[in-house]
Structure formats: structure tokens, C-alpha cells
Design a protein around this ligand. Structure first.
Ligand SMILES: Cc1cc2nc3c(=O)[nH]c(=O)nc-3n(C[C@H](O)[C@H](O)[C@H](O)COP(=O)(O)OP(=O)(O)OC[C@H]3O[C@@H](n4cnc5c(N)ncnc54)[C@H](O)[C@@H]3O)c2cc1C
Ligand code: SF4
Length: 478
């Protein structure tokens, strides 16, 4: 008889939702995650009493102990080296950041317990039903409400963290009147720019500037979620390093959800093996056999485990990689696997010589969006700030500024070619030509088609259009 009722691969959003439903049904679940645990090195006040022990203590007491890594702090030379050491590659299996390079896009994703939630921008947005309809997803407001409930119940209350300091409940975050200065600089400049562009381009209705609901704990004088903040002794300190990991532990990342919800209590029947990289899947009697590399052993020994049910939650790249490898090894799968996926149609660019000086490193990396409804489609502009090292001042270095003005292919999720910028937002965008269909077993490959000149800038803009899913995973090139 199989030891587990189900195997779940990965530990990001998809995998954690699957685990929650399986565990609620009393099933015995094994999670296989290729990355490791990531934590803050900071001490947070007096640890709360009554709950499970702090994660590092729990990890230390497992048999064998689970390895735990600490967020990189690139505040000095040694910290920058730490950050570089956090990039995952074949000789650094426990790295947090995975940078995948293809001919048409570069993609950043995460490797670690909690998946993309460890490095994402914390924004929870209801997807536009028109855009979903284009890819055949008929999700309703009720579906969104159910997902929102899952996230607030399992992770924590969402907050609009858009001001320099936590606001009392009595203040209207959309309209601070004479206290407008309380907004974070970036948010104020973003709002002003959205209004100015709408006016200049005659866009009617003007772009909607929207503070985002963020999966971040915020302290309010009298507000929702304070019990949680007090219990955890932490809230957002506007450190602006969400993609690097939150030192005050204010972000609702899924490593916490998994630990608090299931892993800290063996009676819940969920076991997680970190540093376990799934290679492929085969059909077995009454289920599936999963082969994985156990990176707790020096040589990454291959191991196998079988269960009646299998859920692949290894992210878009990870799941396709496993399926394509499995197909090569005989699993009957469609020829369409690995084709027609989309990178959201995002691209990134830098703003230089902005009219107002912006403290780009303050606050969560993303606090608001501007939505433009154009006749050609919909464009959403965010202003994430990924890299603290960029200079913040009133004027850009003139030589570098020229390079910075280009639309850069940065590691935002799915960056388009420069020339595609003009087509952004067109409904049914034909997208760039497909890449070679052949797939020999691994995704890494492709080339970086141009590098940035390293411009000095104040803001990194990220634009989202509606991509139809036309990309094909490329052949491996070493
Ligand atoms: C910088 C950045 C900012 C973002 N900001 C936002 C935002 O604000 N709001 C939003 O909604 N979305 C945002 N996203 C997108 C969001 O993070 C992803 O859509 C989401 O994480 C996808 O969830 P997933 O479960 O499909 O995969 P992931 O979260 O990527 O999880 C996949 C997991 O599987 C593991 N894995 C992969 N391959 C294997 C293998 N072979 N064996 C075992 N384990 C494996 C990985 O290590 C990872 O832990 C952002 C993404 C990035 C990179
Ligand atoms: S801004 Fe800083 S303190 Fe706030 S959630 Fe992000 S990393 Fe944490």
C-alpha cells in the first residue's frame, strides 16, 4: 500500500492551495520542493506564546534537521556577494532566485519553500474577466471572493500599504487632503503621472489610479488585522526590500502558511521534503511514481515515491519541465505540452529625469497601479522597485541616462522585445514568432539578446498587457 494518499510537487500558490484541500479531507500528503526554507535573521520582539515554536527552532529539531537560509542583505559588499550567492544554478541548488533566459524573454522565478510568494510584490488583484475570457477561463466574482477568503483566512489580512506610516482607521487612504505628503513619494508621483498622461493623450475616462491590496501586515490604530500584528509582533516598516525577503517578516508568505497550518503539527498528515527536485513522473499501478533528486545527499541521489494522486504545482516553467521530461521517458502526453504559454505580456523599463525626486527604495516594492482603458486594449502600469543599488537623486548621469531611456529587457516576469512595446495592450496581440518546438529535456538555454547600459533611474515601470499565450519552450542550448 502506498505510504501517501497524494504527492504535491512544489510549495508555491498552486501547491499550497492543493495541500490545504487535501489535508482538509484527512489525506496523507507528501510535498516535494526543490528549494529550501528562507527566513529573516532579525529577532522580532518577544516571540508569541501558545503557538508553534519559531520556524528556525522547529527546523533545527527535525530529524534530520531542515536547512534554513537567511534573506540576503545587499547593504554592503559582503551582502552583495550574499545576494549573488542566492541565485540558483546547478552548483547552488539551494539558491532562491532562478533566472531563466530564452530568446524572447527572460524570466525570474523563485526556488524555496513558499515558491513565488517569497519574492513577489504582494499584490492581490481581481483579474479582468475580459482578459480571462481570451484564454478561455470563465471565472466569476464568486470565484474571486472564494480565493480572497482562502488567502485572508490562511495567510492574513490584506492592507493598502501606500503611505509612509501606518494610518489611523479614520483616514481615507484615497484622499488625504492636506496630508497628501503622507503618501510614499513613488505612489504620489505615479498618481500624478497617470493623470498627466491621461490629459496629454486625451484618454477618457482618465487612467484609474488604484492603491493595491497587499499581502502585508500593517499596524492600524484601530483596524482589521491588528490582532494578527500583535500576535506576530511585526508589521511593515517600509523597508522596500520585499523581493529580497522581508526582514520584519511582515509579508504573508506561503512558507508561514505551510508551517503554521500543517507542517508544525505532524497530526495534520502533511510532510514536506525540501531540496527534493522532481525529475519525472511515470504511471504506476493505481497511481504515479515520482523520481526526484535528493539534494540532502552530496551527489543528489535519485529516489522514488509512489502515490495514487499527484498534483504538479511546480510553477509554469517547473511543471512544463517535469511534463516534457516525463513525456521523453514514455508518459503519454499531448504534443501541445510546452507550447502556447504566455508571459503575461509584461515588459519593463526605466524612467529617468523624472520631474520630481523619488525615494524609490521606500515602501513595499509595489503599492498601486494605473489602469488605462484604450480603444486598442487595456494597459496596466506598475512601478516596482527591484534594485536598491540604483542612485536616487534629482538628475540622471547624462551618458548613462541615454541607455536608461531604452525599454530594457529586465528580469520582470516575461519581458518583450523593444519593438513589441508599440503593440502592447492590443487585444489578441499576435505576439512574437514561436521558438523552435523541439525540446530535449531541459528549459535552460536561449540567449540574452541585449544588455542594459546600467542607466541611473528613479522608477522601474512594468507594463502589463493581455498576452494570448503564443510562446513555445525552446530547445536546450548550452
Ligand atoms: C518578482 C515577481 C513579482 C510578482 N508579483 C506578483 C504580485 O504582486 N501579485 C501576483 O499575483 N503575482 C505576482 N507575481 C507572480 C506570482 O508570483 C506567480 O504567478 C506565482 O508565484 C505562481 O505560483 P505557482 O504556484 O504556479 O508557482 P511558484 O510560486 O513559482 O511555485 C513553484 C514551486 O515549485 C518549485 N519547483 C519547481 N520545479 C520543481 C521541481 N522540479 N521539483 C520540485 N519543486 C519544484 C519551485 O521551487 C517553487 O517553489 C510575481 C512574480 C515575480 C517573479
Ligand atoms: S516594505 Fe519592507 S517591511 Fe514592508 S513588507 Fe516590504 S520588505 Fe517588509
Amino acid at each position: 500500500m502506498a505510504e501517501y494518499d497524494a504527492i504535491v510537487v512544489g510549495s508555491g500558490f498552486g501547491a499550497t492551495v492543493a495541500v490545504s484541500h487535501l489535508a482538509e479531507r484527512g489525506m496523507k500528503v507528501l510535498m516535494l520542493e526543490r528549494g529550501t526554507w528562507w527566513q529573516t535573521p532579525a529577532h522580532l520582539g518577544v516571540p508569541p506564546t501558545g503557538g508553534p515554536p519559531p520556524l528556525p527552532e522547529w527546523a533545527r529539531n527535525q530529524d534530520p534537521p531542515h536547512p534554513v537560509q537567511y534573506w540576503p542583505r545587499p547593504d554592503h559588499e559582503e551582502g552583495l556577494i550574499d545576494l549573488l550567492a542566492s541565485i540558483r544554478h546547478r552548483h547552488n541548488r539551494d539558491g532562491l532566485y532562478v533566472y531563466s533566459r530564452f530568446d524572447e524573454c527572460d524570466i525570474v522565478s523563485a526556488s524555496g519553500v513558499g515558491g513565488g510568494s517569497l519574492i513577489y510584490s504582494n499584490a492581490t488583484l481581481q483579474p479582468d474577466s475580459k482578459v480571462l475570457g481570451q484564454i478561455g477561463l470563465d471565472l466569476t466574482d464568486a470565484d474571486y471572493a472564494a480565493a480572497l477568503k482562502w488567502t485572508t483566512d490562511r495567510r492574513g489580512v490584506l492592507n493598502k500599504v501606500i503611505t509612509k506610516i501606518p494610518l489611523p482607521k479614520s483616514r481615507d487612504v484615497m484622499n488625504l487632503g492636506a496630508e497628501d505628503y503622507l503618501y510614499l513619494d513613488r505612489a504620489r508621483v505615479h498618481r500624478k503621472a497617470a493623470a498627466a498622461v491621461s490629459q496629454k493623450r486625451g484618454i477618457n475616462p482618465p487612467a484609474a489610479w488604484t492603491p493595491l491590496d497587499l499581502a502585508i501586515a500593517e499596524y492600524h490604530e484601530d483596524g482589521l488585522g491588528n490582532a494578527d500584528v500583535n500576535k506576530r509582533h511585526t508589521f511593515c516598516e517600509r523597508q522596500g526590500r520585499c523581493v529580497l525577503g522581508c526582514l520584519p517578516q511582515a509579508r504573508h508568505t506561503l512558507n508561514k502558511t505551510l508551517y503554521r497550518g500543517w507542517l508544525s503539527d505532524p497530526a495534520k498528515g502533511v510532510e514536506l521534503r525540501s531540496l527534493s527536485e522532481v525529475r519525472d513522473v511515470t504511471k504506476a499501478d493505481g497511481g504515479y511514481t515520482v523520481t526526484y533528486r535528493d539534494h540532502w545527499t552530496a551527489d543528489g541521489d535519485e529516489k522514488m515515491v509512489t502515490a495514487p494522486m499527484l498534483f504538479l504545482g511546480a510553477g509554469t516553467l517547473g511543471t512544463n519541465e517535469i511534463l516534457l521530461r516525463s513525456r521523453e521517458h514514455g508518459l503519454a502526453l499531448s504534443d501541445e505540452v510546452g507550447r502556447r504559454f504566455s508571459t503575461n505580456g509584461n515588459f519593463g523599463g526605466f524612467c529617468v529625469d523624472t520631474a520630481d525626486t523619488v525615494q524609490s527604495t521606500r515602501g513595499p516594492i509595489n503599492t498601486c497601479h494605473a489602469d488605462f482603458e484604450l480603444s486598442s486594449g487595456q494597459i496596466m502600469i506598475e512601478y516596482p522597485e527591484y534594485v536598491r543599488a540604483y542612485r536616487e537623486h534629482g538628475g540622471a548621469h547624462p551618458r548613462r541616462a541615454r541607455a536608461g531611456r531604452r525599454v530594457l529587457r529586465v528580469g520582470a516576469p516575461g519581458a518583450l522585445r523593444d519593438r513589441d512595446a508599440s503593440r502592447l495592450g492590443r487585444q489578441g496581440d499576435p505576439g512574437p514568432p514561436s521558438l523552435p518546438a523541439a525540446y530535449p529535456g531541459h528549459l535552460r538555454g536561449g540567449r540574452l539578446s541585449h544588455r542594459s547600459g546600467g542607466g541611473r533611474q528613479h522608477l522601474l515601470l512594468q507594463l502589463h498587457g493581455a498576452g494570448p499565450g503564443k510562446r513555445t519552450l525552446p530547445a536546450r542550448r548550452r
